[in-house]
Write a protein that binds this ligand. Structure first.
Ligand code: CO
Length: 345
């Protein structure tokens, strides 16, 4: 079976000293320790250990060949969005990381595709960078699920999403800047609890505010991590919509009737969860996404979907590559095209 992995992350091997460039503290940088290992730092704090899989196309292709992944859709990481910084600085960083993403993809252009990032705190700058980046070869955009207190139903963000629809840019929404950090100080609780809640919150803002009534149906929207808590709790939302007028005041139709307006990835790490996800979203709206190469990702990419006995083979093919091929407008060349040949191409 062919595979397109739509949720993978990259980091350039190095980038300019942003603290020196902008004269403010706490910017991310990579502290290399040799043999392809590095610590992603934020100012003086350690954020996450990473490996050369983040920046070295050859390492990525080797892992893809091992797992049978034909194409990776790569995005940078939410840590690099900088929506809370001055917009001009976030724009400069977006260009830097967008260009770096293109450079990695150029090592194997048929197998590595990239999503751009934009300074979403400024709608005009975000739209302009989106247009520039799409012309430069990105297949879509990676955005955070909110900008401070502005969620996806915010006027500026709606304008940006409309612009994406106009440009044919697929939008991948990744949770970030997680809620209630003061109550999640240990055990990676922001990743385990707040991330799924953030994603559910964003989907509900889009549905309950009526934003999906206004946004064009041509908008290609995908949420990470199986839509977070959304699929599991959709029945609770429908029940609330039926029984409380304050829930339905801006939302004319049953919340569950909007599931045909967006996609999700399949990063749920449980066969039972995947079964519910496909039942909720439909087999045309779930796509393989692994979170490669980070530690919370699926370690053998595609294994959950491949071994999902409750799904007929035709549905597994949709999840593994067909839905993603349609969504991102890419095809899945046979992985038989070897890494070495691609790198020398
Ligand atoms: Co991710």
């Amino acid at each position: 079976m062919r595979m397109i992995d739509i949720h993978t992350h990259f980091l350039p091997r190095t980038w300019p000293d942003l603290a020196a460039r902008f004269g403010t503290p706490d910017w991310p940088w990579l502290k290399h320790s040799g043999s392809g290992r590095a610590m992603l730092m934020v100012g003086d704090e350690e954020f996450r250990p990473v490996t050369s899989a983040c920046w070295d196309a050859a390492v990525r292709l080797e892992a893809m060949d091992r797992d049978g992944v034909d194409v990776q859709i790569m995005c940078a990481t939410p840590l690099l969005f900088f929506y809370h910084r001055p917009a001009a600085q976030a724009l400069e960083c977006a260009r830097l990381f967008n260009d770096a993403g293109r450079e990695i993809c150029e090592r194997a252009p048929r197998r590595l595709k990239s999503l751009c990032q934009v300074p979403l705190q400024d709608t005009d700058l975000a739209c302009r960078e989106l247009t520039r980046a799409m012309a430069d070869g990105h297949v879509g955009v990676h955005i955070g699920n909110h900008v401070g207190t502005r969620d996806l139903n915010d006027e500026g963000l709606i304008t940006f999403l409309e612009h994406c629809a106009g440009e044919g840019a697929a939008v991948f929404v990744h949770p970030w800047d997680m809620m209630a950090p003061e109550r999640m100080s240990r055990y990676q609780l922001p990743w385990l609890v707040a991330m799924p809640a953030e994603t559910q919150l964003s989907i509900l803002w889009l549905i309950l505010s009526g934003a999906l009534e206004r946004l064009p149906r041509s908008l290609k929207l995908c949420f990470a991590h199986g839509g977070g808590s959304f699929p599991y709790l959709l029945g609770r939302v429908d029940n609330a919509w039926r029984n409380r007028d304050i829930v339905r005041e801006d939302c004319p139709r049953l919340p569950s009737s909007y599931v045909d307006r967006f996609y999700v990835d399949a990063a749920v790490f449980s066969g039972d969860a995947l079964e519910l996800l496909v039942k909720t979203m439909g087999e045309d709206r779930v796509m393989l996404g692994s979170d490669y190469p980070f530690p919370l990702g699926e370690q053998q990419v595609g294994s959950l979907i491949r071994s999902q006995a409750t799904l007929p083979a035709a549905a597994r093919e949709k999840l593994l590559h067909q839905n993603a091929a349609d969504f991102f407008g890419v095809d899945a060349p046979r992985a038989a095209m070897r890494t070495a040949a691609l790198l020398s191409a």
